[in-house]
Write a protein that binds this ligand. Structure first.
Ligand SMILES: C[S@@+](CC[C@H](N)C(=O)[O-])C[C@H]1O[C@@H](n2cnc3c(N)ncnc32)[C@H](O)[C@@H]1O
Length: 472
């Protein structure tokens, strides 16, 4: 390791920047964003004019003079992106004065280099490859970006605001233990979920009672996460869902949750199936509620994992209300609902300008439920209708929509096991919906009825042929 990673105080002195090309502008942006005082030696008037409006809170001085003759006595660092023979002379001058110097893309001339940065406010991750491969550093940055919660910087800032107060009160816990509890507990959860006022109040209360869990952990409950597992492909899990799964002590999951998604849970987490399987009566909702509360009260972090999104035909609302009534902290993590996952996979736009301006999600598990739906509100040809749990009631859905005035020739799709390796689709006209449903085999499946179905690129040819055949 030739370059030692350190964090430089951007307000420690003046930053000399030389050059007015793209590389220099990139460094100017970075220095401005960090609040540095920059003296910029640039010779292109138009670039200078455009760049002087860049956001930033440090001072920006423009100098049209010769950087090799300028006074650098107050310089904390020199950055050169002049791009010609000037770079080497700038580097030589800075080295002679023992001022740290960076020449962009020339590690051999530099005494420091800029890392790739993941910037989350107070939390900054710097990645270096010793100047060997900025492309590799950027790739690593992307990977780390994906792992770090977006609001991790807010968590650091919250802790920073309260450190002094914690140090000043008599303490029952060591600082290390106290802050560990904060970082791993409901206070951090609240920050990461964007509930900053709640986090602030909880932390203040925890400091007052000398323990991050209020009374030292007794009488309080762990958090339950109601997590949307998406339609099946684990790559469609949200980052927040992945974080919740990685921290889970127990995962209660439904029948629609795939093994590939469950595989993302922490290895040591207990996995409990609470769904229904064909022919086997599932666990009742009261039992599920009881289990969630009992596990959380026993200090276990619970992930309640549901297919798609917990609030779309998933009884997530009922569970949320129950947990709140029981006084158990709860965080809802949205998931990609089946309609969105399946439509994306099929290249099927659910709305389209001037063609489909309304989108309705309805559910009709049995024929009698389908008969009870007010189809007249969905008869408008501008409405795309997505029916969940409608595979077995496809004939009743067809009859309801056509009786309400929907054209029997409306393009229609049945999308089964969407985003899973065995996904299957059938497309045709609304008046053939029952046959299409029979074609796809087992569920889960959604029915999509609307003009935009014909826009799904892979199906345009098949659907065109099918519509023509029916019409003949
Ligand atoms: C009880 S609902 C749960 C919906 C879920 N909460 C969501 O947001 O997708 C179950 C229905 O969702 C639909 N569904 C779920 N996963 C699916 C998938 N991978 N492909 C097609 N439909 C799916 C089916 O209509 C299934 O009968």
């Amino acid at each position: 390791m030739r370059f030692l990673p350190v964090f430089l105080d951007s307000t420690a002195g003046l930053f000399v920047l030389v050059g007015s090309g793209e590389a220099a502008l990139g460094k100017l942006r970075l220095l401005r964003a960090a609040g540095a005082h920059v003296r910029w030696f640039a010779d292109k008037a138009d670039v200078v004019e455009a760049a002087s409006t860049l956001p930033g809170h440090g001072r920006l001085e423009i100098d049209a003079g010769n950087p090799l003759e300028a006074d650098w006595s107050d310089a904390a660092a020199v950055v050169s992106a002049a791009g010609d023979g000037l770079d080497a002379r700038i580097a030589q001058r800075a080295r002679r004065r023992r001022i740290p110097v960076n020449v962009v893309d020339r590690p051999e001339l530099s005494t420091f280099i800029f890392p790739a940065i993941v910037d989350r406010g107070e939390v900054v991750v710097a990645i270096g490859t010793g100047g060997a491969s900025p492309v590799l550093a950027r790739r690593l940055r992307e990977l780390i970006e994906a792992l770090l919660p977006a609001r991790i910087g807010d968590l650091a800032a919250l802790i920073g605001r309260h450190r002094g107060r914690f140090a000043a009160v008599p303490r029952a816990l060591s600082p290390r233990r106290f802050w560990q509890n904060v970082i791993a507990g409901p206070i951090a959860e609240a920050v990461l979920a964007g509930r900053s006022a709640e986090a602030e109040a909880r932390l203040a209360a925890a400091i007052d009672s000398h323990a991050a869990r209020g009374d030292g952990g007794k009488g309080t409950s762990e958090t339950v996460f109601l997590v949307g597992a998406g339609p099946g492909d684990p790559d469609l899990l949200t980052l927040r869902a992945l974080h919740a799964l990685a921290d889970a002590d127990v995962v209660l999951y439904d029948e629609l949750v795939t093994a590939a998604v469950l595989d993302r849970a922490r290895r040591g987490a207990e996995q409990v199936f609470v769904g229904k399987r064909r022919g086997v009566p599932g666990m009742g909702q009261d039992d599920i509620n009881r289990r969630m509360v009992a596990a959380a009260r026993a200090g276990r972090r619970v992930v309640r994992l549901k297919g798609g999104d917990p609030f779309v035909f998933g009884r997530g609302g009922e569970e949320l209300e129950h947990l709140r009534r029981a006084g158990v902290p709860v965080v809802v993590v949205p998931g990609i609902t089946a309609a969105l996952g399946c439509a994306a996979e099929a290249g099927l736009p659910l709305t389209f300008r001037n063609e489909a301006s309304k989108l309705a999600f309805v559910t009709a598990q049995r024929a009698e439920e389908a008969a009870a739906v007010d189809w007249s509100s969905l008869a408008d040809p501008q409405t795309t209708v997505v029916v969940y749990m409608g595979l077995a009631s496809a004939a009743a859905v067809r009859d309801g929509l056509i009786a309400a005035g929907r054209d029997g020739a409306t393009p229609t799709a049945v999308l089964a096991r969407g985003t899973r390796p065995d996904a299957q689709a059938a497309v045709g006209r609304l008046d053939r919906l029952a046959a299409l449903a029979a074609d796809v085999g087992e569920g889960p499946a959604i029915l999509v009825i609307g003009e935009t179905v014909a826009r799904s690129t892979p199906w345009q040819a098949a659907l065109g042929a099918s519509l023509a055949r029916e019409a003949a």
